[in-house]
Design a protein around this ligand. Structure first.
Ligand code: PLP
Length: 452
């Protein structure tokens, strides 16, 4: 079949009616039609969480082909922090698309790429001299951070942590902790990757100092600093369950790295760009990473990623050693510059904190009356609810999945995460209104109540 369900242009962005509107059951007939085509045409390995055909989005809603308007508490996994089809982004992208769409920065440089690098060098933590390189995806940024650290140190080993998620390419699968669905059957994985225990206060009960001592002992005894190029960690672990390390853990690890000539890489692909109530989560923990990887929130939905860090480390690779055909695409760079303007001038860092306070407050109220909600945690607009069997810390994945499913059926996009799959995560766009956020939380609370 050739006609498409989007033949009538639909305008998204903040002008969309900001309401939850259920016209059909989800999925409605038009969404079902697309999902049937998807099943025929798209590889089964590419899954989906919300069974709709999206046609427009903006502010705090996603609209489907059947006219349903869903409250968005996921931001396409922390990507549309500035809001879908943010007017600044739409304007910049339109202008750039009309000027030129690609030259390849390695062939003919252009200003947008350089301006994004300058902005990242300015915005990331630390006032040392910095440089940046741009790529297409979070995984690609992580791959390049490891390449750079290896070249700089002349060492090979890399340490990642329990519950880590760094992507789906071969090296980043090796760095990622969880087997199913990310790694199972896809090996062999890249070598010289080692895993250390992280700080997960809800489950290990350790202080930051205790957890750091435990991790450093593993790193020191099982890898050895003289072999170690880099330690990579998400300041708040994302896919692994929005795990917030205990105070002092990250600082102790980063200080050990500095003392041992090991490059400390903060993977801020999910936590970056105002998400956590700071421009970068590293700031919340008082750490200044040697290298920082960014992607997701950087460009309002366009594919862009970066490695930013100490100029001497970034300059270690030989000329021509870094790059890629599309890395730093001019349209994606225009979107990033417009997004950065929005983050800096539209009060989005403060907005993330307000959203976070609302989320935590409401979830803690629910927790006070429901012992299945084991822990509420997070920073800014990156908040998680971890579900357990009442009176224990045993994960209850079935409950988290049921809450997400029931919320989606009622028109609220809600995602899960966690090594044990028992965490519901809240990542609303920072453009969501208080009213929609409240209504979304009402729906989630009601869904939880109904499941016994
Ligand atoms: C999503 C994510 C990645 C991978 O990014 P892609 O753009 O999907 O390749 C890497 N690290 C973290 C922390 C992430 O959340």
């Amino acid at each position: 079949m050739t006609d498409t369900m989007t033949s009538d242009p639909v305008l998204g962005g903040p002008g969309l009616p900001q309401e939850r509107r259920m016209v059909t059951a989800i999925p409605g007939p038009k969404s079902r039609e697309l999902l049937a085509r998807k099943a025929e045409a798209v590889a089964s390995g590419v899954a989906h969480t919300v069974p709709i055909a999206a046609v427009a989005a903006g502010g705090g809603v996603i609209v489907d082909a059947d006219g349903n308007s869903l409250i968005d508490l996921g931001s396409g996994i922390a990507v549309t922090g500035v809001g879908n089809s943010n007017p600044r982004v739409v304007e910049a992208v339109t202008r750039q698309a009309a000027a030129f769409t690609h030259t390849c920065f390695m062939i003919s440089p252009y200003e947008g790429y350089v301006a994004v690098a300058e902005a990242l060098n300015r915005l990331t933590p630390g006032d040392h001299a910095k440089k940046s390189a741009l790529f297409n995806s979070g995984a690609e940024a992580v791959e390049n951070a490891v390449k750079i650290a290896r070249k700089f140190t002349g060492r090979q080993a890399v340490v990642a942590f329990d519950h880590a998620y760094h992507g789906r390419t071969n090296l980043t699968m090796a760095l990622t902790a969880k087997s199913m669905p990310y790694k199972s059957g896809f090996g062999p994985f890249a070598g010289e990757v080692y895993r250390a225990p992280v700080s997960y206060p809800f489950h290990d009960g350790l202080s930051g100092a205790e957890a750091a001592t435990r991790a450093i002992s593993v790193i020191d005894k099982q890898v050895g600093a003289s072999n170690l190029a880099a330690v990579i960690i998400e300041p708040i672990l994302g896919e692994g369950g929005f795990i917030v390390p205990a105070d002092g853990f990250l600082l102790a690890i980063s200080e050990w790295c500095t003392a041992n000539g090991v490059v400390f890489i903060a993977d801020e692909v999910q936590t970056g760009f105002a998400r956590t109530g700071a421009m970068f989560a590293s700031e919340l923990f008082g750490i200044v990473p040697d290298l920082i990887t960014t992607a997701k929130g950087i460009a309002g939905g366009l594919p862009l990623a970066a490695v930013t860090g100490r100029a001497d480390i970034m300059d270690a690779p030989h000329v021509g050693g870094l790059g890629g055909t599309y890395g730093g695409n001019p349209i994606a760079c225009a979107a990033a510059l417009a997004s950065i303007e929005a983050f800096e001038h539209d009060g989005l860092v403060e907005r993330a904190s307000q959203i976070g306070a609302k989320l935590v407050d409401r979830l803690q109220q629910i927790q006070a009356a429901d012992s299945r909600l084991g822990e509420v945690r997070g920073r800014g607009a990156m908040v998680a609810a971890e579900f357990v069997r009442p009176g224990t810390r045993e994960p209850d994945a079935a409950l988290a999945v049921a809450v997400a499913k029931a919320s989606i059926a009622q028109g609220v996009v809600l995602l899960t995460c966690g090594t044990y799959g028992n965490v519901v995560r809240f990542l609303p766009p920072l453009s969501i209104s208080d009213d929609l956020l409240d209504e979304g939380l009402d729906v989630v609370a009601a869904a939880l109540k109904e499941i016994s």
